[in-house]
Design a protein around this ligand. Structure first.
Ligand code: ADP
Ligand code: MG
Length: 441
């Protein structure tokens, strides 16, 4: 009111002008230095008010509040749109884009079950008190079990509760690529920009660190980043597909640092949690399938939540496309590629090589390449060894599977790994871990 009266006084408005145009105005909301003023009436009134009173109002607002606000007039129906999406939610989405976050991965959408209860509590505690409780927080577990979802949830939470903190989420791929790019540029500028970027964060989340740890050059730089942030009590959150003690190439000094904080594992969801996740997903997507169908999915897809969601999506897509209700028969047929009814997996040389490459964070192209660098040569030998021990393949077939190696190279590789296993328990453990990945039974 004081603002409006100021305008009236300064511009010597008549009562009728004042009562017609200014008096009905209401402040709708104030967001980021912008005042939204509700104009009851129509577009015409708004256009007129905007032309005639925008500046006087702006000046009066500044005079009365001492702050320069931008002013925007809105009609009631525009105001509705402003309201939904909720202002805080909007801010989160914008921030999310800046920090590579998926807006759907929040604590709200994360289903807590026995498999992830501890990791969830740890994540929430860290999100509530960044840098104060567990540092680093190290989340580990198999593929598709919710590590990335939890990490994004932490980042969203901190962004909305501590907007002043600088939060950065990166995949280890991004970290690695940026580092390699900086190194390749070969000048100190590029390198210091890289360091400055990562070391200036208040909260740094790095997903799938096993890929960074697998390579000596990136491991070293990662170690320095980690230390600097840790000393400064900045929050670090890491995820990996396995606990530090199973990361064979991890230097001891880094391993012990990881264990300073809190290790939290995420396991496979039990049936109940799987059902709860499917229900949550139905709710979020506004879809609905028969309970028997959900049950069928939950009973058959046990170890990977991404696949669980994939199955649901597939059926929903089918239903939309064909416009018929999904029956059990359709579900079984549509999902037969995803759901393999407990047929034991056949172990082939190809599968072995793929799993080994994945384990070391190298590509199939690398493991089958001519390169003899230790980063790829060692995994290649392990692949040969496991092919020999887990399949019936001939040496010739094994040689082909690792990029066309000749007989003597294969024999040598197998022998080398065999020798290493008997003399070095860490190699023994490493090979056993990978063997379990290839065939859990
Ligand atoms: P990871 O990073 O461990 O491989 P993700 O975080 O990418 O797994 O999860 C795979 C998918 O499963 C994502 O779409 C994620 O939203 C979903 N998901 C995983 N865990 C949960 C959970 N507890 N509640 C709801 N959705 C989940
Ligand atoms: Mg992930």
């Amino acid at each position: 009111d004081e603002i409006l009266l100021t305008v009236k006084r300064e511009h010597e408005l008549t009562d009728i002008s004042f009562n017609t145009w200014l008096k009905p105005l209401q402040i709708f909301s104030i967001q980021n230095n912008r005042i939204y003023i509700l104009v009851s009436g129509e577009q015409m009134g708004l256009t007129y008010i905007n032309r005639k009173y925008y500046l006087p109002l702006k000046v009066a607002v500044a005079e009365v509040t001492g702050t320069e606000y931008e002013i925007e007039f809105v009609l009631p129906e525009q105001a509705k749109k402003l309201k939904t999406p909720h202002p805080r939610r909007r801010a989160t989405t914008e921030e999310a884009e800046r920090s590579n976050l998926n807006p759907n991965y929040t604590f709200d959408t994360f289903v807590v079950g026995n498999n992830n209860r501890f990791a969830h509590s740890a994540a929430l505690a860290v999100a509530e008190s960044p840098g104060e409780v567990y540092n680093p927080l190290f989340i580990y577990g198999g593929v598709g079990l919710g590590k990335t979802h939890l990490m994004h949830s932490i980042a969203h939470f901190i962004q909305s509760t501590h907007p002043a903190l600088k939060v950065l989420y990166v995949s280890s791929e991004t970290f690695t690529n940026e580092l390699i790019e900086a190194i390749r540029n070969g000048n100190n500028m590029a390198m210091s920009r890289f360091r400055e970027k990562y070391r200036s964060m208040d909260v740094l989340l790095i997903d799938d660190v096993q890929f960074i740890i697998g390579k000596e050059s990136t491991q070293e730089e990662f170690f320095h980043t980690f230390n600097e942030l840790h000393v400064a009590k900045k929050q670090i959150i890491l995820s990996s597909d396995r606990p530090p003690k199973e990361m064979e190439t991890l230097e001891e000094r880094i391993r012990s640092r990881f264990e300073w904080g809190l290790l939290a594992d995420i396991g496979s969801p039990d049936y109940e949690t799987r059902m709860a996740i499917l229900r949550k997903k139905e709710e979020l997507d506004g879809v609905s399938l028969d309970d028997a169908i959900l049950n069928y999915i939950a009973l058959n897809i046990k170890s990977n939540i991404r696949e669980l969601e994939g199955a649901l999506n597939k059926l929903v897509a089918y239903e939309n496309l064909v416009q018929t209700e999904i029956t059990m028969e359709i579900a079984e047929k549509e999902l037969q590629n995803i759901i393999s009814p407990d047929i034991p997996l056949e172990v082939t040389p190809q599968l072995v090589v793929e799993v080994v490459a994945e384990h070391f964070g190298i590509t199939m192209d690398q493991i089958t390449s001519k390169s003899r660098s230790n980063d790829v040569a060692k995994p290649r030998q392990i692949a040969m060894y496991l092919c020999k021990n887990m399949t019936d393949a001939s040496l010739e077939t094994i040689g082909k599977a690792v990029g066309g190696r000749d007989h003597s190279t294969v024999v040598h590789g197998i022998k080398k790994v065999g020798d290493d296993i008997s003399t070095d328990t860490s190699v023994e453990r490493l090979v056993a871990t990978i063997r379990k990945k290839i065939n859990p039974h």
